[in-house]
Design a protein around this ligand. Sequence first.
Ligand code: MG
Ligand code: MG
Length: 272
Amino acid sequence: MSLQKTAEEIELIRNSALLVSKTLGMLASEIKPGVTTLELDKKAETFIRDHDAIPGFLGLYDFPNTLCMSPNAQVVHGIPNNTPLQEGDIISIDCGVLKNGYYGDHAYTFEVGEIESETKKLLDRTKASLYKGIEAFRIGNRVGDVGFAIQQYVEHFGYGVVRELVGHGLGTTMHEKPEMPNYGKRGRGKSFLEGMVVAIEPMINQGTHRIKQLQDGWTILTADGAPSAHFEHNVAIVDGKPELLSTFKYIYDALGITSNEEDAFRVVPLPL
Ligand code: MG
Ligand code: MG
C-alpha cells in the first residue's frame, strides 16, 4: 500500500499495534523459570483470537507459530518449543496481529528471574537505541538518519548491529517499504514523509554483529554465542514528528516498572 497512510489508516494500525502491546503485557506476568515458550505461544494465540484478531505471524512465509520466541543468543525468528525457560535467561518475544485488515508488529526482550548485570545493560541500551531511532524518524530526515542514530549509540558500547535483518513499513501487509536498517549514514536513503508508518526494531548483539541460522530455516542466532536483544515499536509520522502507535506500558504495569520513556512520543492517550 501507499507509503503515506491516511489518519483513518493510522488509527487502524494503532488499534492492531495496541493489541500486540496488550498481548505482550499479558505475557509479561507469565514469564518465569519453568514455563515453556510453546505454553506462552498458545496463551498469546488464544488472547489474540479472543480480541477478534488473528495472529499475524502464524502462516506468514509459513512460520509455524503465533510468536517468535528467541532466548539468549537467538536474535529473532526462534520457534516456540517445549524447553522450559531458566533463571537468568533472556527471551525476546516478537508478536504480530492482523485486525480489521491492518497489522501491528512489535517486540520486547524480557528477563527471566535475575539476569547478569552485563546482559541487563545490553537490554537497557538496546531499548534506549530504539528511542534514539524513533527520535530521528521525522520530516527532514532520511532512512539513514534512523540507522545512524541506533548504530552510533550501541557501537559506542562495543555491541554489534545485526545487518541482515531490518525494520520495515507496515499497514495492510506486515512488511512494506521502506526498509529500516539499524545501521546507516546520515542524510542517506529515502526521505521520510507525513503519514509514514514503520516498525523500528534494533537487533543488537553483545558481541559480534555476525549471525548464523539454524537448520530449522528460521532461527537466527549470534555467530559467537553471545546474547542478543530486540526491541520494536510501531511509529507514525504525524505533523512531521514521530508518534508511537504501540506501547510497553502494559508490560511495565504487569512488572511494576515505572517509566516515562514513551512520553515524548505519546500524543493520543492510551485506552487503558
Ligand atoms: Mg516484529
Ligand atoms: Mg517487525
